[in-house]
Design a protein around this ligand. Sequence first.
Ligand SMILES: Cc1cc2nc3c(=O)[nH]c(=O)nc-3n(C[C@H](O)[C@H](O)[C@H](O)COP(=O)(O)O)c2cc1C
Length: 172
Amino acid sequence: MEFLELARRRCSVRAFENRPVEAEKIARILEAGRAAPSACNNQPYRFLVLDNPDSIAKLSKACRTFGAPLAIVVAGDNNEAWVRTFDAKDSLDIDASIATDHMMLEAEDLGLGSCWVCSFRIPALREEFGIPGHLTPVNVLAIGYPAGPKKSPSRHGTERRPLSETVVYNHF
Ligand SMILES: Cc1cc2nc3c(=O)[nH]c(=O)nc-3n(C[C@H](O)[C@H](O)[C@H](O)COP(=O)(O)O)c2cc1C
């Protein structure tokens, strides 16, 4: 599929079939995350795969899971992220989010749906999954087979700002 078509077709899915995601598809999703670029190629991201009902039940103590059979918690290693010398801003969130986006789009390409979740309680994640202090959870990706119809790819005509509001050329 052409990339722009894939990007337009993807939407947040918040209802999933009660059907597991095949191991081969999980492997491809993870490989897409692995292929993501990162600042200085430091690859500070870590992928915690939750692929059984017990783990998803634990996840539901930290955030909404929408009945997804699969979730990936994308965390970043605070000690590994690149740090910009000029102002000490680090790339942890950026790197973790590029990997998350790769996995989200790969899931779409595989006929799955996903929802990117940031509204989670970090202490609950740490407690339930033994996430150590040097790792910061950045995103949760809930994944599965969509239940019900997905949003129309043409919705961006109204649901996104026109480029005239978001793009400038050469000078603000
Ligand atoms: C950084 C980020 C955080 C998000 N956090 C949540 C969340 O916590 N819960 C949720 O239901 N959706 C969350 N979303 C999904 C957005 O609400 C959704 O992408 C946006 O409304 C556009 O809709 P669409 O994905 O269907 O195009 C998040 C998306 C992004 C990119």
